[in-house]
Write a protein of this length. Structure first.
Length: 373
C-alpha cells in the first residue's frame, strides 16, 4: 500500500476514528486502526471495538492499493505533530512496516495483518434521510437525561422510534424523562411506511453528536436500521453501533394527556434563579422548592438548610390554583440549559407531577414530584 495525501485530511480522519478504538482492547488487533487505500483514489480509516465502529474516508493519490492495521495511539501521536503539507504513507505486505514520510522526517510503525481485523456489519434495511442539524438538536435535548451507569443497559441510551417521516427520541435515568419529536426535513427512503424502534447506547450517540458538530448543518444524514444495529452516514463518515436488546420502559404512560395547571416563564430568568438557589440546595440533596402564586402571577424559588437559605422571585403567567412543588435542582438546570426557546411551559397535574417543556415542538419534558428523592 502507498498513498500521498494532505496532512490535515489524515489528521481529521484519525481524530474521528480513534475514539472508536477501546483504551484497553481485549485483543491486540482491536487496539489498531485499519488503513485501506483503494484504486478509486480514496483512503479509508476504520476503528471498531465490536460495539461501535467509525469509518472516515478522504481523497488521496493512491499509488499502490492495499491495507494494514496499525496501533491507534502511536499513529495518532505521530501524525498530530505533523505540520501542514503532504505526507507519504506506504507499507509492504511482506513485513507490515508502515512508513510515513514528510518534508522533514521519516517514521516507521509496525502493523498487523488487515485480514485479522473484524469486519463491520453492513445494515441495509430501513433507511431515513434527515438534516444533520435537526438530529443534532434532538440529541442535545435528550442525551443529558440518559442513565450513565452502563450496568442498566435499558436506560443507558436513547430510545428512538423511527416511523414514516418522524423520529421520536426519549431518554430517562429513572428520575427525569426527556422527549424530542423530530418532524422537519425527514425523508423515508424505503418504499413502504416502515416503523422501527431501537435503544441506541449513549456512548455511540455522543460520538455521533461530536461528528455532527463538525459538519455543515444542512448536510443530509442517512440512517440505516435493522435488527441489532444502526448505521449513521454523513458525507464520508460512517458510525455503526449495536443497539440494546432490553425492552425500554413505556415512558408514554408517564406523561399525562391533560394538565390542570400551566405556568409560562422566561427560560433564562428561571435558569439564573435556579442556579443561584442550587448553591444552598446542594446541602439538601439538591432539593429546592417552587411556589406558584396564581393571584400575584409570581414564582418563588427557595431552599433552606442549616448552613443558610436563599430565595428568588420571578414573574410568570399562571393559570390554575396556587401550589408548592419540589424539584431536583441539578435535573432542572440540565433540562433548562438544553432548551432553545425563550420561554418554557410548566404543566402540572394535581399536586404530584410536573412537566417542563419548550414552547417549540422539539422539547425535553422534565417530570418531577412533590417529594423528590
Amino acid at each position: 500500500m502507498k498513498f500521498c495525501t494532505a496532512v490535515l485530511a489524515f489528521k481529521e480522519a484519525l481524530s474521528l476514528v480513534a475514539r472508536a478504538v477501546p483504551k484497553q482492547p481485549t485483543h491486540p488487533i482491536l487496539g489498531n486502526l485499519l488503513l485501506t487505500g483503494s484504486s478509486e483514489q480514496i483512503v479509508t480509516v476504520t476503528g471498531f471495538d465490536l460495539s461501535i465502529g467509525i469509518v472516515a474516508s478522504f481523497s488521496a493519490e493512491v499509488l499502490d492499493p492495499g491495507s494494514v492495521t496499525v496501533p491507534v495511539k502511536l499513529l495518532t501521536k505521530i501524525v498530530s505533530n505533523f505540520v501542514d503539507g503532504e505526507v507519504i504513507v506506504e507499507c509492504s505486505q511482506e513485513d507490515l512496516l508502515l512508513v510515513l514520510r514528510t518534508n522533514s522526517g521519516k517514521y516507521q510503525v509496525n502493523g498487523l495483518d488487515a485480514a485479522d481485523f473484524p469486519e463491520l456489519p453492513k445494515p441495509s434495511a430501513m433507511q431515513l434521510h434527515i438534516q444533520s442539524e435537526v438530529l443534532r438538536q434532538g440529541l442535545v435535548s435528550t442525551l443529558f437525561a440518559a442513565e450513565l451507569n452502563e450496568v442498566m443497559h435499558a436506560l443507558c441510551g436513547v430510545h428512538c422510534k423511527f416511523r414514516g417521516n418522524e423520529i421520536e427520541l426519549a431518554s430517562t435515568n429513572g428520575h427525569i424523562l426527556a422527549l424530542a419529536v423530530l418532524e422537519q426535513n425527514i425523508k423515508n427512503a424505503t418504499e413502504e411506511a416502515s416503523v422501527a424502534e431501537a435503544t441506541i447506547p449513549t456512548k455511540a450517540l455522543n460520538e455521533l453528536l461530536r461528528i455532527l458538530g463538525k459538519i455543515p448543518p444542512k448536510e443530509i444524514l442517512k440512517i440505516y436500521i435493522q435488527e441489532g444495529q444502526v448505521l449513521f452516514q454523513v458525507l464520508d463518515i460512517k458510525l455503526l453501533t449495536r443497539i440494546y436488546s432490553e425492552q425500554y420502559p413505556m415512558y408514554e404512560k408517564l406523561i399525562p394527556q391533560q394538565f390542570e395547571r400551566k405556568i409560562i416563564v422566561d427560560r433564562l430568568l428561571l435558569l439564573s434563579a435556579i442556579e443561584g438557589i442550587a448553591a444552598i440546595a446542594s446541602y439538601l440533596k439538591d432539593v429546592l422548592w417552587l411556589a406558584i402564586d396564581s393571584e400575584k402571577q409570581i414564582l418563588t424559588i427557595w431552599a433552606k438548610a442549616d448552613i443558610g437559605n436563599a430565595v428568588e422571585t420571578i414573574p410568570v403567567k399562571s393559570s390554575g390554583e396556587s401550589l408548592q412543588i419540589a424539584f431536583n435542582a441539578r435535573y432542572l438546570k440540565k433540562a433548562l440549559r438544553v432548551m432553545s426557546s425563550s420561554e418554557v411551559e410548566m404543566l402540572l397535574i394535581a399536586l404530584r407531577a410536573g412537566v417542563f417543556t419548550n414552547t417549540e415542538r422539539l422539547h425535553p419534558p422534565l417530570c418531577g414530584h412533590q417529594n423528590y428523592t
